[in-house]
Write a protein that binds this ligand. Structure first.
Ligand code: C2O
Length: 534
């Protein structure tokens, strides 16, 4: 591969949306941030200069970071943050990966405005395993608040209450012509009749899973999370924060304008969030006066539709792109993912919402876990994260009363190259909600999923070990479970968390430590000399 260099300046910028102006943290003054293009096997060098008053770090979501955990980005997990006025250069190789990924700030709630696409093209001369599109288009779905997002989350943490829901969703930074100021234009995708387009769809929203639709057109899904899938047709995409989905669409009308729309998917909406982001698919040559063809989006609780979408996803599993599902398992883990209530005398209602995995509400350390691991610094974390729920109850039934979580910076340790089966079990603690769980440093195979409590005897028999979809972020269904498998072939410290930002903030996160293997090639590289200090 080649070396590709990027220069990122984190700067404040005034942005106007929904008729109001506010200063936001941006990369190079842009919202959303610039698309970074590279090729499979390229080595990427990104120099980040922090010009804002906040600590910053950037995560390359979905990049495997083989042996280069120092470039992964989550603050206090793999690095100390880049302090105001400081610089850090991320240095990593895109080993054996191609497809759509993205990058985002990985500290506080800065990723609300600090994010962009990372497009990894196949190696020169290597075709896609699907017909070559005439053109490609990145579609970044985000959320927008009229007020300052850092203030919103700080307020919520103080009060113990849930933060305000966003004021709008956006498509490539545009909230759509019908929302807010009358004169605001929406984003337009221009197409030529008869041509085929590859849309690289990314859900960069903080807290909302989304439906995505284009009036009068069907999608062929060909890739998720930068892994190829068996193509299948659908008219609606379901995409969780953190996930990416590549689809082909054919402009099979002669002319016209067609609505492009995204709206939230929630099993049990607590908050009322009806905002729909809209854009336009515009056939070149169409008269401006033409009326846009509309489409209706699924209702917020269209769970059956969402489930059938995810059930249709399969690895391509071709000769060239085989699905290497671990068949022998060394670590058989069951993690409950929960939202709950802990007492909090200073909070508005005397309690606060917390989130946990196996009853552990993760406490962020003061220096990065990776530094503590590499330099053997004691007292930063303990490696006793429970591999099974410490308290067993009917996970999808009624919650035990006065159920307090424990706090800790606890990690789960894995030997190099050991294999893991991890069942993620949702609990219906306060409200059933899907949890898009993201694992850093790995792709995993989604071998099974179901409703209710996981039953190891019956459910294991039905696992798909042949062509399960391979991804880095998977939705754990509300009131149900999802089983994943991966091989711990990447030494380092790897964060795993819910990609609904509010759930991460509340503590729905943990980390795996993967020890070095025997040889140098199986060991974590030493930290770069400019690694930030805490
Ligand atoms: Cu995209 Cu740890 O996140």
């Amino acid at each position: 591969g080649d070396f590709v260099m990027f220069y990122i300046q984190v700067v404040m910028k005034n942005a106007t949306k929904l008729c109001s102006i506010k200063p936001i943290v941006t990369v190079n003054g842009k919202f959303p941030g610039p698309t970074i293009y590279a090729r499979e096997d390229d080595t990427v060098l990104v120099k980040v200069v922090n010009h804002v008053k906040y600590n910053v770090s950037i995560h390359w979501h979905g990049v495997r970071q083989v042996r280069t955990g120092w470039a992964d980005g989550p603050a206090y997990i793999t690095q100390c943050p880049i302090q105001p006025g400081k610089v850090y250069q991320y240095n990593f190789t895109l080993t054996g990966q191609r497809g759509t990924l993205w990058w985002h700030a990985h500290i506080l709630w800065l990723r609300a405005t600090v994010h962009g696409a990372l497009v990894i093209l196949p190696k020169f001369g290597v075709p896609y395993p699907f017909p070559k599109p005439h053109k490609e288009q990145v579609i970044l779905l985000s959320e927008w608040w009229k007020s300052d997002t850092e203030a919103i989350i700080n307020e919520a943490l103080k009060s113990g209450l849930a933060p305000n829901v966003s004021d709008a969703h956006t498509i490539n930074g545009f909230s759509g012509p019908s929302q807010g100021c009358a004169l605001q234009e929406g984003f337009t995708v221009k197409v030529q009749p008869g041509n085929t387009y590859l849309l690289r769809i990314i859900n960069a929203a903080l807290n909302d899973e989304l439906f995505f639709k284009i009036a009068g057109h069907k999608f062929t899904v060909v890739e998720v999370d930068a892994t190829y899938t068996k193509p299948f047709k659908t008219d609606t995409i379901v995409i969780a924060p953190g996930q990416t989905t590549n689809v082909l669409i054919t402009a099979n009308h002669a002319a016209g304008k067609y609505l492009v729309a995204a709206s939230p998917f929630m099993d049990a909406p607590i908050a009322v969030d009806n905002s729909t982001a809209i854009a336009t698919l515009y056939y070149l040559g169409t008269l401006d006066s033409t009326i846009t063809t509309l489409t209706s989006l699924p209702p917020k609780n269209a769970t059956t539709l969402a489930t059938s979408f995810t059930d249709n996803l399969r690895s391509l599993n071709s000769k060239k792109y085989p699905a290497r599902v671990p068949l022998k398992i060394d670590h058989n883990l069951l993690f409950t993912v929960s939202l709950g209530i802990n007492s909090c005398p200073t909070c508005v209602n005397g309690n606060r919402v917390v989130a946990d995995i196996n009853n552990v509400t993760f406490v962020m350390p003061k220096i990065s876990l990776l530094q503590a691991h590499f330099f053997n610094i004691k007292g930063v974390f303990t490696d006793d994260f429970p591999g099974n729920p410490p308290v067993v109850y009917n996970f999808t039934g009624t919650q035990p009363t006065n159920f307090e979580t424990t706090k800790g910076t606890r990690v789960y340790r894995l030997a190099y190259n050991s294999t893991v089966q991890l069942v993620l079990q949702d609990t219906g603690m306060i409200a059933p909600e899907n949890h898009p769980i993201h694992l850093h440093g790995f792709n995993f195979f989604v071998v099974g999923s179901g409703q209710g409590n996981f039953n190891s005897k019956n459910d294991t028999k039905r696992f798909n070990l042949v062509d399960p979809v391979e991804r880095n972020t998977v939705g754990v269904p509300a009131g149900g479970w999802t089983a994943i498998r991966f091989r711990a072939d990447n030494p380092g410290v790897w964060f795993m968390h819910c990609h609904l930002e509010i759930h991460t903030t509340w503590g729905l996160k943990m980390a795996f430590v993967v020890d070095n293997g025997k040889t140098q090639n199986e060991s974590l590289l030493p930290p770069p000399s400019d690694i930030p200090k805490c």
